[in-house]
Each structure stands twice: as structure tokens, then as C-alpha cells.
Ligand binder design. Structure first.
Ligand code: MLT
Ligand code: ZN
Length: 459
């Protein structure tokens, strides 16, 4: 069977003509000056020159585009807000970008089911803005909200800071509509709470990183808005101390929904980058951002907390809370401002996080004693973001050493960013041979010609 392959210029021109007939002239880009921004990711690590960028306006157009690309054996890279970190939505030279950003419809809220059907191209921030006046909220949130699309977040099973309480995207997606590699449309948007009729295709498509189907619409769960919120920035003496705080929060504070951590070195870099004031009079080795949300004021639940942290500042108004989160959420852009980073999003059992933090330093220093480590993440999930600046982007010794350490601690080489192009070669560190074989067989069954996001996820 013929497999998808990179397009020669003449073939790309023919395909562009066909795609223009499907989506309209203005929605197919071939001029490199116009396609360039679809080819460079935020980290600067992944770059490609797409042959074409096509932006369909509805599911039928997506299906026709997929069929045309499959017939031309053109590799297709589904792309949402293009804010991923592992090259999953970034094209390589000659691939076709299928941008879902025009799919921005939001349907009326189904109040009884507490669900909403949305287009894949709606950004997380636009969805939050839509829900707030309706006294509703979406329970997945993260710092990339202005760019990240809900379709991309479902395709990558995004996590974020509140995952410790509400789970990841898979827990909030009640159903999907997706275009499969042959152009057929799989629709599971009824949002039935109970439907035991075979394989969980929604669960399979969520987190499949565009390799099994192109998600076009989603049925999302929503929750009553919890209007009372408190955010606390706390200084602690160590990551072990941070775990003691986490334990206390988990056992005594039902309203806690996020406990993120970062370190002194990261805080210094963020403050330099954004000219922010110091949060406390002295510096601490470890900082926590804790967030509680409830229908009633969570402040009472937090009484015992101040006794176990060295220093803390709290805010309960939106601006003050945003200001405290800024120290944590700006770490990503700060790291990128320092150079092209090695971004390793990993997880280990929560109790092993302090040990991982100690050993990862030694592992990195053994490979490159000059490398700068900026270490932060989501404490409640054992999810660490290991950011290393200094080593050349194509020098993978640090990636390998860190991921081997993760595997030795029974962790995962990707916690919430996905595998993309960045980590395929290490998948077998934390997924077994039978698991990888099963994944390959699923891919071969659903996309025998390898049209959808080839080379991503699977080694
Ligand atoms: C975060 O937690 O800030 C995001 O996952 C992105 C990052 O790795 O910095
Ligand atoms: Zn994160």
C-alpha cells in the first residue's frame, strides 16, 4: 500500500487547486511568507516549511480536505493554537498543515446535562469568557489559555494546574466528533452519561495527538462556577517541606484545586524577564502557588496552613490572584527567552518528586556542567517541567539521561504535553512492548496509509 510522502512542488500546486475548491481561495496558503508562522513553534525547537496551510470552515470541509490529502498521499498535520511543546502540531518541510482555527462555534449550553458542544478551534480563554456570565466554568485551565484551542487540548489530553482535583481533558470530554483518515466522520456528541456499547472511541481519540483522527467538535462537561477563590504564594525550605504542605492540603482543605511549585532560580529569571518585584523579603529554595475555589469562602479551611509554610501572601480578588499566578505561569515564556530549551515534561509518583529533583540535577550536570536548569511543575500530580537551557537543541544526551532517570523511578516520559516529534524514540522507556504493539495496530487499522500526523507519537 502506498504511504503518505512529502509533496513535490508540482504536486503541492495541484493539491492546492483542489483544496481551494473545497474551502475557498483565501483559506489555502502556499506563499512561504504566509505559511511561515504555522511552521515555527513557541519553543523555537521545531521548525518546518509546510507545503500548504488549509483552514476548513466546518466538519464537511475537513472531511473533504482529508479525503483529498489522502488521495494525494500528502501528510497532514492537524494544528490548533500551535502552542504545544513537543512538535506534535508543527509541520516538517513539505507537510500540509490542517488548521482548525476557523471551527469556533459554541452551541447553546445543555443545562440539564451540564454539557456544551464546541468547535475544535475555540480557544480555552474564549470558552472561559463564554461560560463566566452563565455562572459556569470549565475545569481544565493552564497558562497557555489565550492560544490553546479546545480541540488541540483534547488531542493532546492537556492537563494544567487543576488536574490534581478535576483530572485532565479526557475527564472533561463527554464526546467528540472526528474525521478519520478515510474522510469518514465519527460522531459521538450525544454526551450520554451511560453508554456501554463497546470500545471507548472518545477516550481513544483524546490524547491520540492527531494520529487517529482530526477532532472537529467536542462535547465538554461544565460545572457551576465557584465564585470564591483564594490564591496563595508561599515560600518553603525544600521540596520535602512542600510535600508536607500538600499532604495537609489534601487531607484538610477540600476546596484546594491547584498546588504548583517552582524554585528560587526560576523566580529570579522571571523577575528579571518581567521586571517583577520580589514577593517576600527573603528568598526561599522552593515556592508554591496554591489555589482554592468554592461556593463559599475557602479562607476558613486554610487556617492551619500558615503554620507550616515559612512565608505566604494571599489574594482573593481577580487581579491580585493573577499577579500571584504570574510568577508561576510566566516561567514558560521566560525559559524560551533564554534560548532554545530542552523541555522535558515528566511525571513521577508524587512522593518521589524530591528524590527526582535531587537526582535530575546530578544527571544534567554530568552531561553538561554549564547547563541551566529551570525546574517547576504541578506538585499535586508529581508533574515536573524540567527545562534545560544551554546545550545545543540537537544534542539529546540530556533528554535521554533525564528520561532514563524518570523511567527508573516508575514515572512517565510525558505527563501532559504528549510525545509529538520530541519523544518518540524514548516511548519504550515507559510503555511496554505489548502496549506499543497494540498502539501500532490501532494506528495501522485507522490510518493504513499514514496520512494523519505521521512520525508523531509512535517510534
Ligand atoms: C506549564 O505548566 O507552565 C506548562 O505546562 C508549560 C511549560 O512546560 O512551561
Ligand atoms: Zn504544565
Amino acid at each position: 500500500m502506498c504511504r503518505a510522502h512529502l509533496l513535490e512542488p508540482a504536486a503541492a500546486e495541484l493539491l492546492a487547486t483542489e483544496l481551494r475548491q473545497i474551502v475557498g481561495d483565501g483559506n489555502v496558503l502556499s506563499d512561504p511568507a504566509l505559511t511561515a508562522s504555522f511552521g515555527h513553534d513557541l519553543t523555537g525547537r521545531f521548525n518546518g516549511r509546510p507545503a500548504l496551510v488549509v483552514s476548513p470552515g466546518d466538519t464537511a470541509e475537513v472531511a473533504a480536505v482529508v479525503q483529498a490529502c489522502a488521495a494525494a498521499q500528502a501528510p497532514l498535520v492537524p494544528q490548533g493554537g500551535h502552542s504545544g511543546m513537543v512538535g506534535g502540531g508543527t509541520p516538517r518541510d513539505g507537510e500540509v498543515v490542517l488548521s482548525l482555527r476557523r471551527l469556533t462555534a459554541i452551541e447553546p449550553v445543555d443545562r440539564v446535562a451540564a454539557q456544551v458542544t464546541v468547535g475544535a478551534g475555540v480557544t480555552l480563554e474564549a470558552f472561559q469568557r463564554f461560560l463566566r456570565p452563565l455562572d459556569l466554568e470549565f475545569l481544565v485551565d493552564h497558562g497557555g489559555r489565550s492560544a490553546a484551542t479546545l480541540g488541540g487540548m483534547a488531542a493532546t489530553n492537556a492537563g494544567g494546574s487543576q488536574a490534581m482535583r478535576h483530572g485532565m481533558m479526557r475527564d472533561q470530554v463527554a464526546g467528540v466528533e472526528a474525521v478519520l483518515a478515510d474522510g469518514s466522520v465519527l460522531s459521538r456528541l450525544r454526551g450520554l452519561a451511560k453508554d456501554n456499547t463497546g470500545y471507548d472511541l472518545t477516550g481513544l481519540l483524546v490524547g491520540s495527538e492527531g494520529t487517529l483522527g482530526v477532532i472537529t467538535r467536542l462535547r465538554l462537561r461544565v460545572a457551576p462556577l465557584r465564585p470564591k477563590r483564594v490564591t496563595i504564594l508561599a515560600g518553603v525550605e525544600s521540596l520535602d517541606g512542600a510535600l508536607a504542605v500538600l499532604e495537609l492540603l489534601q487531607s484538610r482543605v477540600p476546596s484546594v484545586q491547584a498546588v504548583d511549585f517552582f524554585e528560587q532560580a526560576g523566580l529570579r529569571r522571571v523577575r528579571e524577564h518581567l521586571q517583577l518585584p520580589a514577593p517576600f523579603e527573603r528568598e526561599y529554595p522552593t515556592y508554591l502557588v496554591i489555589e482554592c475555589a468554592g461556593r463559599t469562602d475557602p479562607a476558613d479551611e486554610l487556617d492551619g496552613l500558615l503554620a507550616v509554610v515559612a512565608d505566604a501572601v494571599a489574594a482573593d480578588d481577580p487581579e491580585g490572584r493573577r499577579g500571584l499566578w504570574r510568577y508561576r505561569e510566566a516561567l514558560n515564556e521566560t525559559v524560551t527567552s533564554l534560548g532554545i530549551p530542552h523541555k522535558l515534561d515528566v511525571s513521577v509518583p508524587v512522593a518521589s518528586l524530591p528524590r527526582f529533583a535531587r537526582e535530575v540535577r546530578d544527571v544534567i550536570a554530568a552531561v553538561d556542567s554549564e547547563a541551566e536548569l529551570i525546574f517547576y511543575g504541578h506538585l499535586g500530580d508529581g508533574n515536573a517541567h524540567v527545562n534545560v537551557v544551554g546545550p545545543a537543541p540537537d544534542d539529546l544526551r540530556i533528554d535521554e539521561a533525564v528520561l532514563e532517570l524518570v523511567a527508573s523511578l516508575d514515572g512517565s516520559i510525558s505527563a501532559e504535553h504528549g510525545v509529538g516529534l520530541a519523544k518518540t524514540q524514548w516511548l519504550s522507556l515507559t510503555r511496554s512492548a505489548p502496549e506499543i504493539r497494540a498502539m501500532r495496530e490501532i494506528k495501522a487499522a485507522l490510518d493504513p496509509r499514514g496520512v494523519l500526523n505521521p512520525g508523531r507519537l509512535m517510534p
